[in-house]
Design a protein. Structure first.
Length: 154
């Protein structure tokens, strides 16, 4: 049941692409960088998470997404933190499998996606405590079950 809930809100907290004030323009790509924290409406996410917590309907609330640990308010709300680590090839493969409303600009993955992922990973490794790193090459089911098992120890 929780798993379906997560999928329901997939990417609902990104600002619309038309709302360009939240995105950094990359002249070399003639595109915006959508893989930055300013691309996510964190106030909307905070409100939704607070509402879910207050509802008392869920034993666990799992949120997933790149850059979430960059938000201090959200960090304070989390009981556990997991980071799915991916090598470049696996990251690219998974990105190709996703169904986006609009396609990436040519070169976007190499110029924005993977460098932002590496920057974010480095920041997590050097500035955050109590993060559990999961191997992204393992199946999503394996990692999901690991997380659920780990949450039982809260």
């Amino acid at each position: 049941m929780i798993y379906n809930y997560i999928n329901y809100f997939k990417d609902d907290f990104y600002y619309p692409r038309e709302d360009t004030a939240h995105f950094e323009y990359i002249p070399e790509l003639k595109s915006f960088n959508f893989d930055v924290i300013t691309a996510i409406d964190m106030q909307k996410l905070h409100k939704k998470l607070e509402k879910l917590i207050k509802s008392g309907k869920y034993e666990y609330i799992i949120i997933d997404g790149i850059l979430l640990f960059e938000d201090e308010k959200l960090l304070k709300m989390l009981d556990k933190k997991y980071f799915v680590d991916l090598d470049k090839e696996e990251c690219y493969r998974r990105r190709q499998l996703r169904n986006y409303k609009s396609k990436d600009t040519e070169g976007y993955f190499d110029f924005c996606v993977y460098p932002e992922f590496q920057r974010y990973k480095h920041k997590c490794e050097t500035h955050l405590k109590n993060v559990i790193y999961l191997n992204g090459s393992d199946s999503a089911d394996f990692n999901f079950n690991y997380v659920l098992n780990d949450l039982k120890h809260l």
